[in-house]
Design a protein around this ligand. Sequence first.
Ligand code: AVJ
Length: 358
Amino acid sequence: MSLNLHPSHASSVPSSAHFAPGAMMSMTPRSKPVVSLASPQAQAATVWPSGDVTERQAIIHGLSQVKPTISPKYFYDERGSALFETITRLPEYYVTRVEQSIFERHGNSIAASVGADSVVIEPGAGNCEKARALCDRLHSTEFVGIDISTEHLQEAAKRLSDVLPWLRVRAIAGDITEPIRLPEDLPRRNRLVFYPGSSIGNFEPAQAVHLLSQMRAMLGEASDGGSLLIGIDLPKPVHILQAAYDDASGVTAAFNRNALDHVNRLIGSDFDSQHWKHRAFFNAECSRVEMHLVALHDMRVSWPGGGREFSMGERIHTENSYKYSLDVFAALLREAGFGQYQSWTDDQDWFAVIHARP
Ligand code: AVJ
């Protein structure tokens, strides 16, 4: 199944195929450097964009919209992944801690629901710390971590394999919005797709259903015993959300701005991230936190072969983080082919861990 969607923003331009099963190098051919000879700076600044052609087209497409967008997947270069880890430890960012508390408090019940000997597949595995706790507890046999931030993942997979020597660990460079090719020899029985952290909230509901369907497809036949363990962030008082996405120490602001530095490297653009202000707010109508970058003054941003003007106050939409109620999310699960589920929440009903079966 093919899914050419970016988190948050449906786009007609497919993003690049990032995945290279079993290898940590991108198999995508890199393009030649692009230099606009018409530009007076061309001689001084030869630009060597590191992104491949399709990816560059997709990014430029997003930036060229009347309401410009950058996909939240561009938060996660090396620096962005490190900043995100810092976010997860911020006092205001309840998400990671509350989810963790649910796993601790209901660990037995969750483990009983999932069962032993599972083959854990985690899209967006990041530092693999959640996988470590899960695979340890569930006595999983194999783990497949998938992430776009490849070096980060590779190191994490190595650490995981060091602490859980009986676990077969594999790391795959991949973008979850692309069809992911799992290793040929991955057992079919008892697969568990693990998607914690409420990352599913980055997608519009229709995209979320596509992704969930894709996860459903990874599980094989219903008789193979596969299932999905997923975290979702529930609706809660707005001031809590506001603080979580606009923390006092400015880490989330730096995380947001870093997307511009990352995009500069991918398309050869000249964004000055210091000239953009972080903005986060809850959009009640859509039940989502939105993050934007706001231009601090009029400016022109150029990239090889093009560019655009931004006027003061103009925004680039960088992220949606949906806050689904259990009922709404259960309907998405059903649509994606998951007929049964069990869920666990914290005392305040801020977050839910859901175990779903076809
Ligand atoms: C990793 C997508 C779950 O939406 O809360 C953290 C990313 N953005 N702070 C989230 C994020 C701003 C995070 N997810």
